[in-house]
Design a protein around this ligand. Sequence first.
Ligand code: PLP
Length: 311
Amino acid sequence: MTKPVLQHHYQDPRPYPKGVAYMDGQYIPMNEAKISVLDWGFLRSDATYDVVHAWEGAFFRLDKYVDRFLNSVEKLRMTLPVERTELEDILHNCVGLSGLQNAYVEMICTRGSSPTFSRDPRDADNRLICFAIPLGSIANEDQQKRGLHIAISDVVRIAPQSVDPTIKNYHWLDLIAGLFEAYDRGAENTLLVDLDGNITEGPGFNIFAVKDGVVYTPSSGVLEGITRQTVIDLCAELGIDCKIQSLPKENFLNADEVFLSSTAGGPQFVSKVDDTILQNSAAGPVFSKIKDLYWQKHNDANWITPINYDE
Ligand code: PLP
């Protein structure tokens, strides 16, 4: 056996996407952004985060994402090292320095770590990390054209009584188990149920069913997605009735249309739920109206915050 050598400068051999991160007051290339393995965010999933997107050089509904993030930080009894305006500056700078026009912009607060590895969360120094990378989407190009195929999983989403789903979090083992179950069943994505068998959400998205012109979305056990709220707002503007209530899986199997909402890609339609094919694998009329208005709002000064690339 060769004698092990203690390396003082770790080189990560993995490739990462182009982008810029902010950590501890410094802006660095994405592939250099690393946290200690002793950070509670990693060891305990003791972290909260948020993701806003930038589209054609402007943030979409930035205030709403920052509000949600600050609420999550407070509910977890963490303290950010910066005030709101500085946080917003950091998000602008990450995108500005990356040069990206369309970006996936994440802000994270982890519990951090303590020098003594104390087991008391109050002893840890909370850590803020932000980054901007190229914007991705829940559905790839092909799936966007012909709709996603989704399987309703038997996996139960972590109960809201255990982990408050309105705090955006990394407790994803249930969602990942659902994804593998979906792949095994020949589907591309998954929807999890709650303990009563009602539909909740999927990995990174909220879900909607349309029946007789009315739009429905689950009321509980879900992250209150900003895109979900945007769909609700757009329905009001379009004069479409939108109901927020408990929805058993039959509502999705018997729906006229099903679509999801996510910051990663906006509203995207689902053309197959389990074995049921919807709308002959084409985008439905209600979804199409909502999606068109969603993208129109990306040019509306009231909904966007342009990024300054020169600073
Ligand atoms: N539900 C979960 C579990 C999520 O992680 C996300 C986003 O990552 C969503 C829903 C959608 O929320 P938003 O529209 O704010 O992106």
